[in-house]
Design a protein around this ligand. Structure first.
Ligand SMILES: [Zn+2]
Length: 246
């Protein structure tokens, strides 16, 4: 393993190779989002949490932009355009009133709750294929079940084939949802911390999500970047996922 820094999710240059990889492909359109507003953040977080993040102006600025990217991806997905949010910082370890693991605002929850506030969705499925459990997503969304019904899968299988089967089985057994979103972490990659999934496995996950969304979510699907620290292959893995997902 190489290319790790002390604060890997925030390290400089993490997004550039991804953008460079995706820009090679003419059928990928890039969209620039607006930052989220404070009201958007407060859909998922407490005023105290927002204020604490505001006390670090640079983090506040980039975290708002990241959440804004999540909202844009969700809105495009709602219109039927499969969207991948190349956003930094990640969000799945941010809870309503606390955060850790390089996360500040919970991009997934903010974006889903925004669609819910706009009366566009009442239910959502979250596939969290990051190596780490998205505790923030779980904590926030479980408190919102009265307005937004959600189910979350963070697969735990120990081999690639079992992992893919676990996702496929879940998709087969569950019913319909208004949208599906992935907490798209790439740290289960064979050369990353998890040491489990190949580049081709990400394409298969993307395709499983595509088929599930076409069958049971009116074709609405998006994915938001979470972890992934083997920078050399991150662009390649994201592209592989998108090829199955699009
Ligand atoms: Zn992770």
């Amino acid at each position: 393993m190489k290319n790790y820094t002390s604060d890997p999710a925030a390290s400089e240059g993490r997004l550039e190779p991804i953008i460079k990889e995706l820009k090679k492909h003419k059928d990928y359109e890039f969209v620039t989002p607006n930052p989220a507003t404070n009201d958007d953040i407060l859909l998922a977080h407490t005023k105290d949490h927002l204020q604490r993040i505001k006390n670090s102006p640079i983090i506040y600025e980039v975290a708002l932009l990241s959440a804004g990217g999540a909202i844009k991806a969700a809105e495009m997905a709602f219109q039927g355009i499969p969207t991948f949010g190349c956003i930094r910082p990640p969000g799945h370890h941010a809870s309503a009133n606390s955060c850790w693991g390089f996360c500040f605002f919970n991009n997934i929850s903010v974006s889903l709750l925004k669609l819910n506030e706009q009366k566009k969705i009442k239910s959502a499925f979250v596939l969290d294929f990051d190596l780490h459990t998205g505790d923030g997503v779980i904590n926030i969304l479980k408190e919102k079940q009265n307005k937004l019904k959600t189910k979350i899968l963070n697969p735990t299988s120990h081999s690639e084939s079992d992992y893919l089967e676990e996702i496929a089985n879940k998709f087969n057994e569950i019913g319909e949802f208004d949208i599906i979103v992935a907490a798209a972490g790439f740290d289960e990659y064979i050369l990353d911390w998890g040491g489990k999934l190949s580049t081709n496995a990400y394409k298969k996950i993307g395709k499983l999500m595509r088929d599930f969304s076409e069958d049971k979510c009116k074709g609405r699907r998006y994915a938001l970047l979470e972890g992934g620290y083997y920078f050399e292959d991150l662009g390649k893995n994201i592209f592989s996922f998108c090829e199955g997902f699009k």
